[in-house]
Design a protein around this ligand. Structure first.
Ligand code: FE2
Length: 293
């Protein structure tokens, strides 16, 4: 799941929200069926055998790529998703997750407004899209689907430190909404939760869900010489634009999950004020003197 924005409010008005990232396609999903907080029923019985099989093939392809590219915390936790042969039932997944870190998985129609998104995260509820991509989208889907949300995001919610970061992010988001600084915070989410890399003794590894659920970007982000891999810097990230429909031109590398928590713990109010005074940076902008990996 990614945050997006609805200029009216965080209350479901039966229409899909518009997004901050730059892309060309409108969101899909049945927003008319969602509750006021944008949650809805998963309707697990409605998944077809072909959809379960597509999920299985997506899972197998990604799981085979994880060694050497994904961080150990993710590799260990992915087993908690349960059987790879079926789309998980969110209620069963939530039982396991709740026992581990107090989180649960709730279904939503697709991208939801960021205020609604933040409110759910602050309550340790992870909004996961109910629908699965179409077979022709096996290699790439622009919007988060159930595979992206479950395979990409849920494993690290079993990690106590990352679970706390996600809740803090939600609480910080509610505050940013009041300060009208959500766009900056959305960039932090993008470059950490979705496309974050982590430095390890064995080399750089992925922890971001957008990377870990992508067929090609996992290897690209960790091994390719094409993108920039830049040392983690909150202010730099908040200034950096991103694209939602292609591989990232820049990734930001944390030293550890503790590094992520420590760097994002301070009050962002003065930071937002500084970022607002400066021009945004292009997704592929190069800044002299930055640490590179
Ligand atoms: Fe996501």
């Amino acid at each position: 799941m990614n945050p997006s924005i609805d200029f009216h409010s965080g209350i479901n008005q039966g229409v899909a929200p518009v997004t901050y990232g730059q892309g060309d396609r409108p969101p899909r999903g049945d927003y008319a069926q969602a509750n006021a907080d944008y949650t809805c029923a998963q309707d697990w019985a409605a998944y077809t055998p072909a959809e379960h099989d597509l999920y299985r093939r997506l899972y197998e392809r990604q799981a085979a790529q994880l060694p050497g590219l994904a961080c150990d915390e993710f590799i260990q936790a992915v087993l908690q998703l349960g059987s790879p042969t079926h789309i998980p039932r969110f209620d069963e997944l939530s039982d396991r997750l709740h026992r581990a870190t107090g989180w649960e998985v709730v279904a939503v129609p697709g991208l939801i407004p960021e205020e609604a998104f933040f409110a759910l995260l602050a309550k340790r509820k992870f909004p996961a899209t109910g629908w699965l991509r179409k077979p022709e989208e096996f290699d790439y889907v622009v919007e988060p689907d159930v595979f992206h949300d479950v395979f990409g995001h849920v494993p690290l919610l079993f990690n106590p430190m990352f679970a706390d970061y996600m809740q803090a992010y939600g609480a910080g988001g509610l505050k940013a909404s009041r300060l009208e600084s959500c766009e900056y915070l959305a960039r932090l989410y993008w470059y950490t939760v979705e496309f974050g890399l982590i430095d390890t003794p064995e080399g750089v590894r992925a922890y971001g869900a957008g990377i870990l659920s992508s067929a090609g970007e996992l290897r690209h982000s960790v091994r390719s010489t094409e993108p920039q891999r830049i040392g983690f810097d909150v202010e730099r990230i908040m200034r950096t634009l991103y694209r939602i429909d292609r591989y990232q031109a820049s990734y930001f590398v944390i030293d550890s999950f503790q590094n992520l928590i420590d760097a994002t713990a301070p009050d962002f109010t003065p930071l937002y004020a500084r970022v607002a005074q400066r021009a945004p940076l292009a997704a592929d902008a190069s800044v002299p003197g930055e640490k590179r990996y």
